[in-house]
Write a protein that binds this ligand. Structure first.
Ligand code: MN
Length: 352
């Protein structure tokens, strides 16, 4: 078959001659022949497929260099490359959506002059420890959700994973203002159902769950069991969760001192865990300030590393990744008797 003029090729490909000239200049679709005297462009009919592909990719907003790369691939590889590109777009859009909801909230706030833009920098690390045969802990830090879960029973790892997975939906949703606690509560109910499906088969199974949901200015906290949340604020370390353990309830009743509790034979006995018939988890809202540093950890850290040492590390190690690594290493240096999980999150002002 002979070559097509730019006019008939434009008609056949439903692209304008102007677009075709542009694709030529951008090296996306070279004409089969250019008349040396008149400069007229001619196209081969088999170039139609590529012309349409270029047009579709431009409609997706794909950068030119990347279109060039896709066009050079075979169909299967091209399909994978387009999928990878779209995953990147969605990730980036999610990040921009955060910023948009912050800006809108910021502009609609009457007292916006006093408000600063805050963001969270975080890291999560879970380690098997030195003694246990498997890791039943989960540590997670996503766009909005921070979580530590410590599973128990033979299906403990399933229980902790199911609980944290159920919270991850919050990473993907747009948060309606003013109802974050409800939203977190719904997600926790989902987590409870997921864990109950597992405990139906293994009655010993269950999991702790200490998690935070970041809204851009506040943190909603959910807590059940003996994992912990700490806040380092202006050099002071505050434990902001209450252990749901037998020894903690004995301390509360004045029947045991904190020192005695540390060596009590039943110190790990949980009064409440997700998936059991325990009452609902503790839920509350925490105001975020720039400079705040949060730590979520499983008892694999807090049972062997003293609060004083946790505070020292949190205050001395500025980088969040380094901080979780240092904390996990301290638990392992202390014998690593249990799985150990840490999430460290810093509240920072948005850079302009
Ligand atoms: Mn543990």
């Amino acid at each position: 078959m002979g070559l097509l003029t730019i006019g008939s090729f434009a008609k056949a490909s439903r692209l304008s001659p102007k677009a075709l000239r542009l694709y030529d200049e951008l090296d996306l679709l070279r004409p089969a022949r250019v008349d040396p005297d008149t400069g007229y462009r001619y196209y081969a009919p088999e170039q139609l497929e590529q012309a349409r592909l270029v047009a579709w990719l431009r409609r997706l907003g794909m950068p030119l260099a990347r279109i060039r790369r896709v066009c050079a691939l075979d169909p299967v590889a091209a399909g994978q490359e387009i999928r990878a590109y779209w995953a990147e777009v969605e990730r980036e859009t999610a990040g921009r959506r955060e910023l948009v909801s912050f800006l809108v909230a910021h502009l609609l706030q009457p007292s916006r002059k006093e408000r600063t833009m805050l963001k969270l920098r975080h890291a999560a690390l879970s380690d098997i420890g030195r003694v246990r045969p498997a890791n039943q802990d989960v540590a997670y830090a996503g766009a909005r959700v921070l979580a530590v879960a410590d599973g128990c029973g033979t299906a403990g790892a399933h229980a902790s994973t199911a609980a944290v997975d159920a919270l991850k939906v919050l990473d993907r949703e747009t948060l309606p203002a003013g109802s974050v606690l409800n939203l977190l509560e719904d997600a926790v109910q989902g987590a409870t159902r997921a864990v109950r499906d597992i405990t139906a088969a293994d009655k010993e199974a269950g999991t702790t769950l200490t998690a935070m949901l970041w809204t851009g200015s506040q943190l909603a906290l959910v807590h059940i069991g003996d994992s912990r949340a700490y806040l380092l604020r202006e050099g002071e370390l505050f434990r902001i969760t209450h252990d749901h353990t037998l020894v903690q309830s004995m301390i509360d009743e004045g029947r045991l001192t904190v020192e005695e509790a540390a060596t009590h034979p039943q110190r790990a006995l949980l009064m409440k865990a997700l998936g059991t018939d325990a009452p609902a988890p503790d839920l509350r809202l925490q105001d975020a300030r720039p400079g705040d540093r949060y730590l979520l950890c499983s008892d694999g850290l807090s049972s062997v590393v003293a609060d004083e040492e946790i505070k020292r590390v949190l205050a001395a190690v500025p980088d969040v990744e380094d901080a979780v690594r240092t904390l996990v290493a301290s638990a392992n240096d202390a014998g690593g008797p249990d799985n150990v999980s840490c999430v460290v999150a810093d509240v920072e002002e948005f850079g302009y």
